[in-house]
Design a protein around this ligand. Structure first.
Ligand code: ADP
Length: 465
């Protein structure tokens, strides 16, 4: 390995704004600071004493008069702050504006570099039906599904008649585990179809849905890619995100345990093919399902940094956020020493998401003031936080993520034991957290044996004890 032996100048970026809050804003500021780039935070009124604003060199109130969430979606307000303060680049983090083509376009139009792919690519990938079509064109296997949007109940019925049950109805513009409905009985189809459409319309402003066969107990395996826009695309191997609740990831691992080497090769090859095919630039994730017969199916591409990027960083030692910024600044992967044959993984990393949710009350978010907060540390433990400290107020308006805790060890069992130990070191008073639940996951035989599939949480009631 021979990374970063020569300093690579950031040709354009001197000042970077992160259009986000919480842990990911802090993660971005850390990466930029290490590159000698000045950092700019934005904060809503609700977040006026939130930690992320103090971790940047400069901080500005955004979206005055708007709701706590709308403030971070205020494209005009953010661009105005960037222009007034001579910002060269904007990193969108995840969530909020990170997958909005209009935001990427607004940045480009105003001469500000958007740390991500082009607006056109975001637009194509943001629509799951178009992303599927792209995969099919590129010869990448997809879950058997409809060729495009399904507009009528009759078309939905025709798909079920041909392919059988169960099926999953998905919002074309959906994300974050929302806008999906599994149908197991023919009698449920009509209502599920109607509901899926109206939910998609309400949540994403677009009621377009499509249908896929529901894959039986798959693993969710995703491939991290990096591209520099010159056509060069590499992968940084895979993450296993099968431990999910309501189709949302809870615990993530890199690399995937007991993954057949042939499947690993096929997944990474297909991910790179797809990224090349759409002219991808910057960091991205290509998501797949892998079934019990080791068949893999593309499901979607996330054109941004992901919550679980930490596990890939721990096992490859590549700083993904720094790489994102450097690529946005015009560096090629070759200049950064990031050649495919230089990327290898060492050991296993596992991340869990500590949230202010009560596992005994169907994971309802808890809010209030944190009275006491003691974090974990020790060999092989990485904490990415920002919302957790004594005196902090947990707002009902934002995501309930308190800290991401990542353990790295030579073996998977070792990493699980380390993470379990770290969870036990946490002391949080004043708000409920999911820590006891995470501990149950981390010591469960199915998880430790590397056998968790996407139905693990739903079919394992003892995790809730
Ligand atoms: P989102 O964009 O909301 O994250 P995804 O399409 O990435 O949605 O799917 C999220 C999760 O939903 C997957 O990891 C998997 O657990 C489940 N899922 C999605 N599509 C299927 C399918 N066809 N069969 C079985 N499970 C699926």
């Amino acid at each position: 390995m021979n990374f970063y032996t020569r300093p690579v100048p950031n040709r354009q970026i001197r000042k970077l704004l992160c259009a986000n809050r919480g842990e990911i804003a802090i993660r971005v500021f850390r990466a930029a600071t290490e590159l000698g780039i000045r950092t700019v935070a934005i904060f809503s009124r609700e977040d006026r004493v939130h930690l992320h604003r103090y971790k940047a060199d400069e901080a500005y109130l955004v979206g005055a008069g708007k709701s706590p969430v709308a403030a971070y979606l205020d494209i005009d307000g953010i661009i105005e702050i960037a222009k007034q303060n001579h910002v060269d680049a904007i990193h969108p983090g995840y969530g909020f504006l990170s997958e909005r083509a209009d935001f990427a376009r607004a940045c480009e139009k105003n001469g500000i570099r958007f740390v991500g792919p082009s607006a056109e690519v975001i637009e194509v990938l943001g629509d799951k039906t178009r992303a599927r079509a792209l995969a099919i064109e590129a010869g990448v296997p997809v879950v058997p599904g409809t060729d495009g949007p399904v507009a009528s109940f009759e078309a939905a019925e025709a798909f079920v008649t041909e392919h059988g049950l169960p099926v999953i109805i998905k919002a074309a513009m959906g994300g974050g585990g929302r806008g999906m409905r599994v149908v197991r009985e023919a009698s449920e189809l009509a209502e599920a179809f109607e509901r899926a459409q109206s939910e998609a319309e309400a949540a994403f402003g677009d009621g377009t849905v499509f249908i896929e066969r529901y894959v039986d107990r798959p693993r969710h395996i995703e491939v991290q890619i990096l591209a520099d826009g010159s056509g060069e695309v590499i992968h940084l191997f895979e993450r296993d995100c099968s431990v999910q609740r309501r189709h949302q990831k809870v615990v993530e691992t890199a690399p995937a345990v007991h993954l057949d080497e042939g499947v690993r090769e096929a997944l990474t090859r297909d991910a790179v093919t797809l990224a090349r095919r759409c002219g991808y630039r910057n960091a991205g994730t290509v998501e797949f399902l892998v079934d019990g017969q080791n068949r893999h199916y593309f499901i979607e591409v996330n054109p941004r940094i992901q919550v679980e990027h930490t596990v890939t960083e721990q096992v490859t030692l590549v700083d993904l956020v720094q790489t994102q910024i450097r690529v946005a600044g015009g560096a090629t992967l070759a200049e950064l020493g990031l050649r495919q044959d230089a990327i290898e993984t060492r050991g296993f990393a596992i991340q869990c998401r500590v949230t202010t949710e009560d596992p005994l009350a169907s994971f309802q978010p808890d809010t209030g003031r944190i009275e006491a907060y003691r974090s974990a540390s020790g060999m092989g433990i990485r904490i990415d936080g920002g919302s957790g400290y004594a005196g902090a107020k947990v707002s009902p308006h934002y995501d309930s993520l308190l800290a991401k805790v990542t353990a790295h060890a030579l073996t998977f069992e070792g990493a699980a034991a380390k993470l379990h130990r770290a969870m036990a070191e946490f002391r949080i008073r004043g708000v409920k957290t999911n820590i006891p639940f995470l501990q149950n996951v981390l010591r469960h035989d199915t998880f430790v044996g590397g056998d968790a599939r996407t139905d693990f949480i739903d079919t394992t009631p003892e995790l809730f004890q």
